[in-house]
Ligand binder design. Structure first.
Ligand SMILES: [Zn+2]
Ligand SMILES: [Zn+2]
Length: 92
């Protein structure tokens, strides 16, 4: 009497969340770029931003949009529990 079509939905619901494969490839000697997490000023060396004195984040690393903390991997900020954002050359 009852058509069990809904079973099909449940069978395919368990899709594992894929985190981007973190294989380190291309360890070439390229000049790393650094960006300010606050004003996105670019620099070719690490240090602090000339404008707002925030610690510069290396391109490809992650930073906290809340407090500007940086990390080499994604996750939550240890200081304020925000999601870390990947630093790219483009302003988000
Ligand atoms: Zn800045
Ligand atoms: Zn933070």
């Amino acid at each position: 009497m009852i058509i069990a079509a809904c079973f099909a939905f449940m069978a395919t619901s368990a899709i594992a969340q894929t985190s981007s494969a973190g294989t380190k490839s291309g360890a070439t000697k390229q000049t790393a770029k650094y960006y300010c997490p606050k004003c996105h000023a670019a620099s070719d060396k690490t240090g602090t931003c000339a404008h707002c004195n925030a610690k510069l984040v290396k391109e490809g690393d992650y930073y906290c949009p809340g407090c500007g903390a940086s990390s080499a991997k994604a996750g939550k900020c240890t200081a304020c529990n925000k999601d870390m954002v990947k630093m790219t050359s483009k302003k988000a």
